[in-house]
Ligand binder design. Structure first.
Ligand SMILES: [Fe+2]
Length: 307
């Protein structure tokens, strides 16, 4: 059964709104089995449903400003990443491809991306020399075509670089990209809460400042969250440096970037580290998270060859 579920997951990343008849034919199963498998995927938190005679991507349900992702598993594995700055000449698609392949191999449940999916276009004229694409459609299509396709769904918020497009042309590039990809779910801009089963996660991009006194910034931010809203996991982006701390019940993951240092960053004396967090969460028999373990994986400047 698990094998069939995995087959369907992969199938759904490649075919947009497939007819259930075709799914049954392609997977060599009965129609009623397709319905059953979609139900099982939904219970595992995958956002697909049968509408009419097609399987379609559905929006996550938002209740009291919190996205609800159903989950009844005893163990969850997450990949936390951020600041991919795609369409920059310094982006690292090779690392992203490696990570999504590893996420599939290691049965990762979700990838959480906390913003700056695209490089955007800034008001700084010299930035045009650092871009592979300098138009809205150029950057959008670059991500739609090149972001690794995966059976592991990605939940995404936008960051300040993505939001430059709203100032420039009134378009929400992350929303647009997610509408063209079955495996990417856009939650909103800058800060969103989600509950995966009973695990509370806050995804935040952040703004301003540098990596200076990073723990102080995170502590100040945590102090501003009302006690009843405190998440189990706080994931933040923006400063392009990795950091972990635990305050009370909250595990804070500052995610760095997946982009080489740009000439501008070098001239400003900024520092980048390229890394991601792999996070394993164990639940008790009531679904409450009881243990959260993390591992930081770092990357250098050398290109990663395809696995
Ligand atoms: Fe960034």
């Amino acid at each position: 059964m698990e094998e069939l579920l995995e087959k369907l997951q992969v199938y759904l990343t490649k075919k947009k709104k497939p007819y259930i008849e075709n799914v049954a034919k392609d997977l060599g199963i009965e129609l009623y089995e397709v319905f059953g498998l979609v139900q099982m995927l939904k219970q595992k938190g995958y956002l697909f449903d049968v509408i009419g005679d097609q399987i379609v991507k559905i929006k996550p349900i938002k209740e009291n400003d919190v996205y609800q992702i159903p989950n009844n598993m005893e163990h969850l594995r997450l990949l936390l990443l951020s600041d991919t700055h795609l369409a920059s000449k310094y982006d690292r698609l090779d690392i992203l491809r490696y990570l999504y392949a590893k996420a599939e191999d290691t049965h990762t449940d979700y990838v959480l991306h906390s913003g700056d999916l695209t490089e955007g276009v800034s008001s700084r004229p010299q930035q045009q020399y650092e871009l592979k694409e300098n138009s809205y459609t150029g950057q959008r299509d670059y991500v739609v075509e090149k972001y690794p396709e995966s059976s592991v769904p990605t939940y995404l918020i936008s960051g300040n670089h993505d939001l430059w497009w709203i100032q420039r042309c009134g378009a929400d590039i992350c929303k647009d990209i997610a509408s063209k990809r079955e495996d990417i779910h856009y939650l909103g801009s800058d800060c969103e809460d989600l509950k995966i089963g009973k695990l509370k996660v806050r995804m935040r991009h952040g703004s301003g400042g540098s990596a200076y006194a990073k723990s102080y910034r995170l502590q100040k931010y945590l102090d501003s969250i009302p006690a009843e809203e405190l998440p189990h996991i706080l994931q933040t982006g923006h400063i392009h440096q990795a950091f972990y701390m635990k305050q009370g019940k909250t595990h804070c993951f500052q995610t760095s970037c997946l982009q080489d240092l740009t000439p501008y960053e070098r001239s400003q004396g900024f520092n980048n580290d390229k890394s991601v967090w792999w996070v394993d969460i164990d639940m008790d028999n009531k679904g409450n998270p009881v243990q959260i373990k993390q591992e930081l994986e770092t990357f250098g400047d050398k290109l990663i060859r395809k696995r």
